[in-house]
Design a protein around this ligand. Sequence first.
Ligand code: FES
Length: 66
Amino acid sequence: MYVCLCKGITDQDIVDEMDQGARNLRDIGKRLGVGSQCGRCCQSAKEVIQDYKSLSNSMSLAYSAA
Ligand code: FES
């Protein structure tokens, strides 16, 4: 799914950058240019980042409980 139409950035592009060490919208903006033009994508990008963090946290909990 496209998150940033101005830059042609998808949710998977954001997830890939999170996997590579990005930690927040600022990092994603620097790396991919998300939010650097019209800015309409910022809220959607934040949601993708939050979903990523929630999933990462639940996976960490699952591993630590095992
Ligand atoms: S949609 Fe991302 S900057 Fe315009």
